[in-house]
Design a binder for this molecule. Structure first.
Ligand SMILES: CC(C)(COP(=O)(O)OP(=O)(O)OC[C@H]1O[C@@H](n2cnc3c(N)ncnc32)[C@H](O)[C@@H]1OP(=O)(O)O)[C@@H](O)C(=O)NCCC(=O)NCCS
Length: 176
């Protein structure tokens, strides 16, 4: 199945929100920067940032056969030549079918298509094994861990930071 990117639209919000039904799901997917329960107003602001002139954020949908099956966002920092990738997620029915590999290829092609980008990075909770493996498969390297950084219920999660540099991405692309 071929995946493709398009801008995330307001009409996609209900579908996206349905993928993350609990506070734990939202936290694991999006970190602590989004409210629980999810709020459309917050998302409308994010979508607007993707429409403005000074691009600081991009909000993307991943489609297969004209249906949204995935989502991610970019936080762009031209001064630091960095793209922070966040809120990567697949629809529950699309998980476990190998789409993560193709989605990560699209994410990285999109990020590194801007010549100024030197580094992409992301945060992932240390228990999220499928996500970590998907990022390692895409070439990301574990840089470190913010220990006991996120309390939820009776637990406290550790947060990994992972990154991929342009020359590592280029090397990976040459090998393929
Ligand atoms: C993260 C996410 C996009 C990964 O997609 P997925 O379809 O579930 O991933 P896959 O099933 O392809 O698994 C990815 C890799 O992890 C491996 N894997 C899966 N479960 C694993 C586990 N418990 N332990 C170790 N590896 C595991 C798979 O074998 C695969 O590796 P491979 O391609 O080398 O065989 C998806 O699970 C998701 O949307 N999760 C909810 C939102 C979320 O947590 N987002 C991450 C925010 S940082």
């Amino acid at each position: 199945m071929t995946l493709k990117l398009r801008k995330f639209e307001r009409r996609d919000m209900d579908e996206l929100f349905s993928w993350f039904p609990t506070e734990r799901d939202v936290l694991q997917w999006a970190g602590a920067g989004l409210s629980w329960p999810l709020r459309k107003g917050e998302f409308r602001k994010l979508i607007k940032e993707h429409r403005g002139d000074t691009l600081i954020r991009e909000v993307w949908a991943v489609e297969a056969q004209n249906r949204m099956i995935g989502h991610f966002q970019f936080a762009l920092n031209k001064r630091l030549r960095t793209v922070g990738i966040g809120r990567i997620g697949l629809a529950p029915a699309a998980r476990g079918h190998g789409h993560a590999r193709q989605m990560m290829d699209l994410v990285l092609e999109c990020a590194f298509s801007r010549e100024w980008v030197h580094r992409v990075d992301l945060l992932v909770y240390s228990h999220n094994e499928s996500a970590i493996r998907a990022y390692q498969n895409a070439g990301f390297v574990l840089e470190g861990t913010r220990r006991e950084s996120t309390p939820i219920g009776g637990e406290i999660w550790d947060t990994h930071i992972m990154s991929l540099l342009r020359y590592e991405f280029d090397k990976r692309t040459e090998r393929e």
